[in-house]
Design a protein around this ligand. Sequence first.
Ligand code: SF4
Ligand code: SF4
Length: 473
Amino acid sequence: MKTPTLDTLSSIHEDGSHKSVHPADVHGPFTQWRRWSALLLLGIYIALPWIPVNGFPAVFLDVQERRFHFMGLTLATQDLWVGFFLITGLAFSLFYVTALFGRVWCGWTCPYTVFLEHVYRRIERWIDGDATARRKLDAAPWTPNKIWRRALKHGVYLLMSALIAHIFLSYFVSLKKLYQMMQGPPGEHLMAFGIMVFLTGALYFAFSWFREQFCIILCPYGRLQSALIDDHSVVIGYDKIRGEPRGKVGSTKGDCIDCRRCVQVCPTSIDIRNGMQLECIGCAACVDACDDIMLKLKRPKGLVRYDSYVGLQGGKTKLLRPRILLYTALLFIGIGAFAFSATHITPLRASSVRMLGAPFYVADGVLRNQFLIRVINKRNTPAKYRLELVGEVPAELNVNGLTETLELGPLGEDQKTLVLSLPEKAFKKSFKLQVKVTDTERGDHMITRVMEFLGPDPRLQSDAPLNPKDYIQ
Ligand code: SF4
Ligand code: SF4
């Protein structure tokens, strides 16, 4: 195994082809904590569509009904602007955490790392053995031993990818529907089946072959990190002052004995001793590996450790700095804006539009305007609504369509045709009206946008000469 440098990627061959990285097994407190946190996160990813909050799954992006449920908050399509604050709030949280602790998100909580390191690599470890055995098997000819191991490994990978694809789908399709679809023939739900096959293929490709290249080449967050951190951000680094010059066991040189354990355990195959690198996902495997060596040598731990660049140079890491203060302010503004907007979502929505066709009709001396009133109940419970006209309603105006109470189920919607009639003689000029929709039990209400009752301009019907001023606004 060549020593990684800063000039080339050790996970690709010189001709640019992909080279499999086989990180060695590592033990230590960070590895243990990462395993526990991965187990917890896997449980959360799987359980979120199963845990009911306010009668709906904790996270359910119901694309079919155009409703989005998030921890008890239900957003209709019209409320998706609230999602903007949620997404920006999450982005600011990530900026904040990165400025403080570098790529801790990548190494500890990113779903890609969790699945790759704690599911797929473990399957590989069980079937193919440790890193040395895996490398040997890669280089071995296609003997029956290699064939059955490869067939078993890729079969399990495919099954696991299909399982993850189903878990992913359960965030968008209700569990009941997903179960029904799984039981029926694919032809009955071709779209969902196609998505599932595509996802399974993409996951299989990513986790069986592409692996760390996703973090190194594709992930945009990895590219951003150098703009988000500074010399005081706590990252994983090598203490050059203590470690150099490298020596052998028992020598009086630096503490690093050049055993390369930190390189062997690295899932992106880099040498942290070359300094902070874009490929480092902050997994802390090298910290545990080096601490283990230091313990055996009876030297203090922490030659490779969580520290800032300043700390590794012997200085003092500053926690409070302008960047952190700015990100803290942005984080609180984001949280505040989300909390405010989430608690001020109107529980009903009403709209009024003129019906297609002529703006008005005249028949038998009666002038008629027709509108479509649409009411949406955004609550998770049934509601009854009273619809009434507001504005300067002429006494002669005959209203049809608003007399009944409108009953809507949870998250239901309905529309009514509102027909307004006025004796033609009573029409002097167009006038404005609105519909007020009131929840009869809770009192919430909403007034629709202005509707204009139109009719023939009386001036066009009179014999008096037209004054152009009347037409120029
Ligand atoms: S350098 Fe260390 S922390 Fe970074 S990816 Fe490699 S093993 Fe993980
Ligand atoms: S594990 Fe520690 S001692 Fe060994 S090469 Fe890496 S930094 Fe040096």
